[in-house]
Structures are given as structure tokens and as C-alpha cells.
Design a protein around this ligand. Structure first.
Ligand code: SF4
Length: 450
């Protein structure tokens, strides 16, 4: 990759062009009817590509190859970096370095995406995805010089990708001893000075060890003979995070309340009989008091789904209940998981916040499988619309969920081993396993229970 930058740039801009066509053209076309197929209507094709293939398999790629996608193919990464080369080059402000942005960005785009039905309608997809791309370009134009400031600090999925990449079996790593020795040899003029690599995501290269932020662009490969792409045991970074990149509060919040809370609620609500029952009860309650307007008032399509020609209009009541459903799911699931992890933390000895953040890493595989299963519901729905019935879908779901459970349990056991041994480790394992139960229950309801 280091020696074929031109090919990589060509690939990146080809993806940008493909992305632009799929994002910009469908909103100009009439909405497809229910008989439209993937290959005979660009809107359905774009829906299938974005939500049925792109997102679920980009998630898979993070686990398999780290953030290679970000470095090689992501259109926003390419655009923000290119904009930053010609932009104002301002320093990154303090507010942008706040660690909560990845969670806030993920939460806002997930919830807003549900309010405007981003998976179904091209104008909504243009607003959500295109809005993010526009923001990436603007940030690139203002901040950094040839950098990916957007990806490092503000991209709404970068926090999720950073978590998933910790599971990857390969990463770039700097060997500090070789680095130091190389410096000595440079001073003795035994080796010539080489230009420092231009890391687009601003990683301090001497400490490079984590796969979380690295976009695997390979520009630093071989620098000072100390940086190399290495294989490692999958999940090792989860069990033993590098000292310079320990687990953080915001990562805990993103795993427990984001991926295991907000994301589950967002996938759940449209299939939930509880949502329907709550809506009926709320409607009766409102009518009895003469307050019919929340059931009769809608909003523009960019605020709440509004496609009367498709009999798909969200009223204010729908919007409020959707927010309420995702909110309650987040609090219940996130609360139960937090409780179990807190009990695990307490059983390991004196209370330590840092250890609690670290314990949440064990749930990354379960969270990743959940989001993949949720996104692949769109894949299966569209394939079914094309007459392709996948009868083994539920078996595959059970298998993937089982793999997620086993992987999370294995990582949990490994993490506990860093803090305790013997009976204490065993005792702490029980609430660690219990942390998975509410999440498994939620997916079971969605795929089998309802
Ligand atoms: S650490 Fe190296 S491989 Fe990773 S993004 Fe920076 S320059 Fe590219």
C-alpha cells in the first residue's frame, strides 16, 4: 500500500463517485412501488447497497482487518483529507478533542435516522449520509493540513469502528526499543534521517500499538525500522489494552448504552408489539382528554417520516413514542448491563472506575454481532422482496449470536484474569455472564419471540 498510493487514491475516488451517484440520484427519481426489485430500480439498488451490504460488511471488515476500510475506501475519509490539503489548516480546537463526540454522533445519527426512516427513503439517506459527508468536507477545509481531523474526532461511526478494530488480528505496531536504537544510530550518522510519515489521523507514532485509531494507510510502515504490520491474537487488545490507550468512560458508554442500548431499541421498535400497545393506549388516553392533535399532526419529511403517497406518515405521537421506546430500551438494557458489570467490578476488589470501563470491552463481540444482525434485517427484507427466500436465516442468526456470546464470555474471562485468579475470578465471571442475558433476551424477542 505504501508503494501504490496512486492506486489507492484511484480506488478511493472511484468509491466517492459510486457513493455520490447512489446518494444523489435516487432522491431525484419517483419513489419505487412495492414491486420494484433491486436490479430494476436505482433507489432499491442504493438501499440494498448502503444498508444491506455496505454497512453490515464494513462492520465485519473492522473485525477482520481493522480500519483498512477507513484508510482505503471510505469516501468521507478521502474527501476530508483532500479538503484538508487545500483548506485553511487551522489547529484542532479543544472542544473537538472532547471524548464524548463518538457516542453523541452515534446516538444522534441512529435516532434521527429512525425518525426520518433513513433505511427506506432516499431523501432521508441523502440528509443523514450526505449531511455527514458535507460536515467531513467542511471540517477538512477548516482544520488540519492534509489530515483526517473529522475521522479522528467527529465521525459518528468512528467510535464504533475503533471498538471493533480492537478485535482485529492485525495492527501496525511501533517497537519502542528499535525506535530508540534507531535514533541513537542516526545521531552517530550510521543511518540517514528519513522524513517523518504524515499520519493522517495524527497518531503519536512512537507509541503506536492500538488498532483503534490507525487507518492502516501504511504510510508509516518501516519508519525507523520500528513500525511494522503485525499479526496478533484476535481480541488481545481487548484483554490487554496498550498502556497509552486504556479503556475510557466514553467507550464504556458507547458499548453499554450505545451499541447495546440505543442500537437495539432502534432495530426493535418497528417490530415490537409493545410499541403498538403503547401507541394504542396513548391514543385512547389522549382522545379521552380531547387532545387529538398529537395523532393528527405530522411534520416535514426531514423531521419525521412524511410520505403520504406511500401511506407512511409519522404523527407527533409516533415520533414521541419512537423516542420514548429507544430511550426506555437504552435505560433498561444499559442499566442492567451496567449493574452486572458493576457487580463484577466489586467482586474483583476495591472499586476502580478504570476497571469498570475495561470490563465493558468484553461485550464488544456481542454488541458487534447485534448490530450486524440488525443491519442484515434490511438485507434479508430486500432479498425477500426479490423472491430470494433465505430459509436458514434464523439458524444463521442463532449461530452468530452464539458466537458473539462465546467470544464475549472468552474475552470476559481473559479480562478477569488480569485482575484476579482462583475463586475470585470464578465468582466475578457469574455477573460478567449475566451482563449478556438482557441483550440476548432482546435479540431473542426480535427474531424468535415476537
Ligand atoms: S499509524 Fe501509520 S498506518 Fe496508521 S494511519 Fe497513521 S500513518 Fe497510517
Amino acid at each position: 500500500m505504501k508503494h501504490h498510493r496512486r492506486w489507492i487514491l484511484t480506488l478511493q475516488w472511484a468509491v466517492v463517485a459510486f457513493y455520490a451517484v447512489l446518494l444523489l440520484v435516487p432522491p431525484l427519481l419517483p419513489l419505487p412501488n412495492h414491486e420494484a426489485r433491486i436490479l430494476d430500480h436505482l433507489t432499491v439498488f442504493a438501499e440494498f447497497v448502503f444498508w444491506g451490504i455496505w454497512w453490515p460488511f464494513v462492520m465485519v471488515s473492522m473485525v477482520v482487518a481493522g480500519r483498512l476500510w477507513c484508510g482505503m475506501m471510505c469516501p468521507e475519509g478521502a474527501i476530508t483529507e483532500a479538503a484538508s490539503r487545500v483548506g485553511m489548516g487551522r489547529a484542532i480546537p479543544r472542544w473537538m478533542r472532547w471524548g464524548g463526540w463518538p457516542f453523541v454522533g452515534f446516538a444522534m445519527t441512529t435516532i434521527y435516522g429512525q425518525l426520518v426512516s433513513v433505511y427506506q427513503y432516499p431523501k432521508a439517506a441523502l440528509l443523514v449520509l450526505g449531511g455527514s459527508t458535507l460536515a467531513a468536507a467542511v471540517i477538512g477545509l477548516v482544520y488540519g493540513k492534509g489530515k483526517r481531523v473529522w475521522c479522528r474526532h467527529l465521525c459518528p461511526v468512528s467510535g464504533v469502528f475503533a471498538l471493533l478494530a480492537k478485535l482485529a488480528p492485525l495492527h501496525y505496531r511501533a517497537d519502542p526499543e528499535v525506535w530508540t536504537e534507531h535514533g541513537r544510530r542516526q545521531r552517530r550518522r550510521e543511518v540517514s534521517r528519513s522524513r517523518a510519515p504524515d499520519c493522517p489521523v495524527l497518531i503519536p507514532l512512537k507509541q503506536l500499538d492500538s488498532a483503534s485509531d490507525c487507518h492502516l494507510c501504511s504510510r508509516c510502515s518501516g519508519y525507523k525500522d520500528a513500525i511494522h504490520l503485525e499479526l496478533r491474537a484476535p481480541g488481545i487488545e481487548v484483554v490487554s489494552p496498550p498502556p497509552q490507550r486504556p479503556a475510557t468512560l466514553w467507550e464504556f458508554v458507547l458499548v453499554v448504552f450505545g451499541l447495546l442500548g440505543i442500537a437495539v431499541g432502534a432495530f426493535h421498535w418497528s417490530a415490537s408489539p409493545w410499541f403498538v400497545a403503547a401507541k394504542q393506549q396513548a391514543a385512547v388516553w389522549l382522545y379521552q382528554r380531547g387532545w387529538g392533535w398529537p395523532l393528527e399532526t405530522s411534520a416535514p419529511w426531514w423531521l419525521l417520516t412524511h410520505y403520504p403517497e406511500h401511506n407512511d406518515v409519522f404523527t407527533l405521537l409516533d415520533g414521541a413514542l419512537l423516542l420514548g421506546y429507544i430511550g426506555v430500551t437504552t435505560l433498561v438494557l444499559g442499566g442492567l448491563v451496567s449493574l452486572s458489570l458493576s457487580l463484577t467490578n466489586r467482586l474483583l476488589g476495591r472499586w476502580r472506575w478504570q476497571r469498570l470501563w475495561h470490563l465493558s470491552y468484553a461485550l464488544i463481540p456481542l454488541a458487534a454481532v447485534g448490530v450486524f444482525l440488525g443491519l442484515s434485517m434490511t438485507t434479508l427484507t430486500l432479498l425477500r422482496g426479490d423472491g430470494l427466500l433465505i430459509h436458514w436465516a434464523n439458524d444463521a442468526r442463532a449461530l452468530l449470536l452464539g458466537l458473539g456470546v462465546v467470544a464475549s464470555a472468552g474475552l470476559g474471562w481473559g479480562i478477569l484474569g488480569r485482575y484476579a485468579s482462583g475463586p475470585r475470578r470464578l465468582a466475578a465471571m457469574l455477573p460478567m455472564l449475566a451482563a449478556q442475558a438482557p441483550v440476548i433476551g432482546a435479540w431473542w424477542l426480535l427474531f424468535w419471540g415476537w
